[in-house]
Design a protein around this ligand. Structure first.
Ligand code: FAD
Length: 281
C-alpha cells in the first residue's frame, strides 16, 4: 500500500537493568529503519518510573531520534511538573505525551490538584508556549471511567482545544470504533490528527489481562480464536499478526494519519506489520 505521508511512532517502557537497556537499544535500532516520527517512553503515575523514563529519553535523543516522554500529571504538584518539563526542555525534548495517569493502588491522588489531562495541556501551553508538541490520549472504545460515550467524547474535544497538537489512541481491534470516534470528534469541531495505537499480540493471557485493565475490547470472535490455540504462542502470534495487519491496512487506507505501536519493548511484531504494510521499503 502507499504509505507516503503516513507517520509511524513506537512506544517503549523504561527498563530496569543494564541488560534490558542494551536490549531496548537494539530494538530501537531495528525500528529506526522505518524512519519513525518519534519514539516515546511511558512513565508511571506518581513518579514511580521517573528515572527510568529520563534515562530512556536521554538514550533516544543520543541516537538522534525525536523522543517523547509520557507525562502523567496525577500525584505531582505544579512545581514538580515545571521542574520535570524544564529538564526535558534542557535535554532537547520537543514533544510530550500529556496524560492524567492512574495512581498506583495504595497511593492517594493528592498533589498538584490537576485532575485531568486537559489541565496539564493548558499548563504546558501557558508556561512553554509552542515549544513542545503535545500529544494526548484518545479512547475510541471510551475511557474505562467514562460516564457516557457523549461526555467522554466531549471531554476529549475539550482536551484537544486546550492546546493539543495530536492524539494517540488506546489500542483496539475494531476499526469501526476508531472511525466512529473520529467522526464524532470532528463533529465537535476537533481537527487534530488521531493516530491509532496498535498493540501486536504476543500472547493471549497477557493480552486479556492488559485489556481488562485499560478497557480495550477483544472482540468475541478474536478472543475465542486466540483461546483455541491454547499454549501454542506461535499460532497465536501468526493469526493475530494477520488480523492486526489487515486492520492497520484498513485504517490507513480509510484515512488514519499513521500508526503508533505499543512495542512492549520488542521489535519483531511491529517490524513485521510495518514491513507487510510497505513501510521502510
Ligand atoms: P483524561 O483525558 O484526563 O481523562 C480521564 C477521564 O476523565 C476520562 O474518563 C474523561 O472522560 C474524564 N474527564 C476528562 N475531563 C473531565 C472533566 N472536565 N470533568 C469530568 N470528567 C472528565 N498512563 C500512565 O500512567 N503512564 C503512561 O505513560 C501512559 N501512557 C499512555 C499512552 C497512551 C497513548 C494512552 C491512550 C494511555 C496512556 N496511559 C498512561 C493511560 C492513561 O494515563 C489512563 O488511561 C488514564 O486513566 C487517563 O489518562 P488521560 O490522559 O486520558 O486522562
Amino acid at each position: 500500500m502507499n504509505t507516503a505521508n503516513k507517520t509511524l511512532s513506537f512506544e517503549f517502557f523504561p527498563t530496569r537493568t543494564p541488560e534490558g537497556r542494551d536490549k531496548q537499544t537494539a530494538v530501537r535500532e531495528k525500528l529506526r529503519r522505518f524512519n519513525p516520527a518519534f519514539f516515546s517512553c511511558t512513565s508511571g503515575a506518581g513518579g514511580s518510573t521517573r528515572e527510568g523514563t529520563l534515562q530512556t529519553i536521554a538514550d533516544i535523543l543520543a541516537e538522534n531520534t525525536p523522543a517523547a516522554p509520557h507525562l502523567p500529571c496525577i500525584g505531582m504538584n505544579e512545581a514538580e511538573i515545571h521542574t520535570l518539563l524544564d529538564t526535558y526542555r534542557d535535554m532537547g525534548v520537543r514533544r510530550i505525551v500529556a496524560l492524567r495517569g492512574d495512581m498506583p493502588s495504595g497511593m492517594g491522588a493528592s498533589g498538584s490538584g490537576l485532575r485531568y489531562a486537559a489541565e496539564l495541556v493548558e499548563l504546558i501551553r501557558r508556561r512553554y508556549g509552542d515549544l513542545f508538541r503535545i500529544e494526548i490520549a484518545a479512547y475510541p472504545e471510551y475511557h474505562p471511567q467514562a460516564c457516557s460515550a457523549a461526555e467522554d467524547t466531549a471531554h476529549f474535544a475539550a482536551k484537544a482545544r486546550a492546546g493539543a497538537d495530536s492524539a494517540i489512541t488506546q489500542y483496539f481491534y475494531n476499526a469501526d470504533a476508531y472511525f466512529r470516534f473520529v467522526d464524532d470528534v470532528r463533529a465537535l469541531g476537533c481537527t487534530i490528527p488521531v493516530v491509532p495505537g496498535i498493540m501486536p499480540v504476543t500472547g493471549f493471557a497477557k493480552l486479556v489481562r492488559f485489556s481488562d485493565t485499560c478497557g480495550a475490547e477483544i472482540p468475541r470472535w478474536l478472543r475465542l480464536k486466540l483461546q483455541s490455540y491454547a499454549d501454542d504462542t506461535e499460532s497465536v502470534q501468526a493469526f493475530a499478526l494477520d488480523v492486526v495487519t489487515d486492520m492497520c491496512a484498513r485504517l490507513l487506507e480509510q484515512g488514519a494519519p499513521g500508526l503508533h505501536f505499543y512495542t512492549m519493548n520488542q521489535s519483531a511484531l511491529p517490524e513485521e506489520i510495518c514491513r507487510r504494510l510497505g513501510f521502510g521499503a
